[in-house]
Ligand binder design. Structure first.
Ligand code: UGA
Length: 430
């Protein structure tokens, strides 16, 4: 099939490359010339495991191209909208400027029979509104909403082998059947592999996405709230009804999705007069943000009440491992707060330094752990990259000023660190 993917960020670039890898002919379109230049040269504009490989193989196959020109979408019959919906400045709501602009820009090249497919995370009611716009501007064209559940760090795998597919389809039977048939063809490989499919209406598809993220956020904040008393994730996680995944206590969730999605979900519910139903999400957010403050307070306490001119080594800046994304990153936030308190922060991360520096040039960044910890009075692990999990406390002890480690992700073996002479503090861990 001939597909266009509008928006080539963390979601769109992976979607475009993965669809080409699966045999479709794909054009990725973005207004950012630098991004398009990089993708056209086969270079991933951000760190995502597996993306360089599929970009290379899909580009070599001749099925994948990138451009800034919307005219290139004219060749395609299915058009994915994969632009960002960040939090609106000064508000809890989602900013739909980019989604609206993408659909408007697409309309002049849209043909009767084409299908616009929304992938961006949007407030309920958006698909209905955009579908009306598409049908009015191009009679015979239609719209579906197909939310994306990929996780950064696993984006390629999640796109090629999703754990479920959700289609939000038009209300009229004929339109729904045509849209479903087009999407079934797009996802033929995943469907043949038995991927569960939920075909539903627009509003449900929109809500499935934000509800899934809200549930995950709630699960994390639950364990973080309890870990203010003690960390018992392993004990309750053995209950298969609860499950151990997404029950890691630590410095909390961040990124470009969970934080802004729970806020937008709550804001939309309030607009619809249903604010009370989702009021608990405000507490989920508050528990999460409190984690960052707790780590800062813990470090201040460990250093005797002040971090002023005290050397603090920060390991990790990305919002999660295997990503260079620092959007709303708890790690970066903690580093910035400590710097604000006068600490001599030396921060490192395997992939996210460039992005962190772009946002916070005031911090001191170094390329490796050995340099970061040199003379440090406290070592703080904030993103659980595997190379940080595997650090040798005996070797590290030789470089630091004092053997104090704060494990902001509860991933270090406290007994081993203590045996090597370290004062170990985790999140709710003894
Ligand atoms: C999240 C969802 O997991 C995806 O399904 C969704 O498609 C995506 O948002 C999106 O809306 O686009 P992502 O933001 O990539 O994916 O990252 P997650 O793996 O969900 O992690 C989010 C945050 O939670 C990270 O900061 C992570 O460190 C934190 N986390 C995760 C915890 O603090 N504890 C855990 O147990 C798990």
């Amino acid at each position: 099939m001939k597909l266009s993917v509008i928006g080539c960020g963390y979601l769109g670039a992976v979607h475009a490359a993965a669809m080409a890898e699966l045999g479709h002919e794909v054009v990725g379109i973005d207004v950012d010339e630098r991004k398009i230049e990089s993708l056209s040269a086969g270079r991933a504009p951000f760190f995502e495991p597996g993306l360089p490989e599929i970009l290379a193989s899909a580009s070599a196959s001749g099925r994948l191209s990138f451009t800034t020109s919307m005219a290139a979408a004219a060749e395609a019959t299915v058009h994915f909208v994969a632009v960002g919906t960040p939090q609106k400045a000064g508000s809890q709501s989602a900013d739909l400027t980019y989604v609206d602009a993408a659909v408007e820009a697409l309309l002049p090249v849209l043909k009767p029979g084409d299908l616009v497919v929304g992938k961006s995370t949007v407030p309920v009611g958006t698909a209905e509104r955009l579908a009306a716009r598409v049908r009015e501007a191009v009679p015979g064209a239609d719209l579906a909403w197909n939310p994306e559940f990929l996780r950064e760090g696993f984006a390629v795998k999640d796109t090629i082998s999703p754990d479920r597919l959700v289609y939000g389809l038009p209300r009229d039977e004929k339109g729904a059947a045509a849209a479903k048939a087009a999407l079934d063809e797009v996802y033929a490989t995943a469907l043949a592999a038995g991927t569960p499919l939920v075909a539903t209406d627009y509003a449900t598809a929109e809500l499935v996405k934000v509800s899934a993220n809200a549930f995950l956020a709630t699960k994390i904040s639950f364990i973080n709230a309890v870990s203010e008393i003690t960390d018992l994730a392993d004990a309750i996680g053995h209950d298969t009804r609860i499950g151990r995944r997404f029950l890691n206590a630590g410095v909390g969730f961040g990124g470009g999705c969970l934080p802004k999605d729970i806020r937008a979900f709550g804001a939309r519910a309030e607009e619809l007069g249903l604010g009370e139903s989702l009021a608990f999400l405000r507490e989920v957010d508050a528990v999460n943000l409190r984690r960052r403050q707790r780590v800062v307070d813990l470090i201040v306490g460990l250093l005797g009440g002040s971090v002023h001119r005290r050397r603090v080594a920060v390991l990790g800046l990305a919002f999660k491992p295997d990503s260079d994304d620092v959007r709303d990153s708890p790690a970066l936030d903690v580093a910035v707060q400590l710097h604000g308190l006068g600490a001599d922060v030396v921060a490192t991360d395997p992939e996210a330094i460039e992005n962190a520096r772009g946002r916070h040039p005031q911090l001191h960044y170094v390329d490796d752990v050995a340099t970061a910890v040199e003379g440090a009075e406290v070592v703080v692990l904030l993103t659980e990259w595997s190379e940080y999990r595997d650090l040798d406390p005996v070797q590290l002890a030789e470089r630091v000023g004092s053997r104090i480690v704060v494990d902001g992700r509860n991933v270090l073996d406290s007994a081993t660190w203590r045996a090597a002479g370290w004062v170990y503090r985790g999140m709710g861990r003894r």
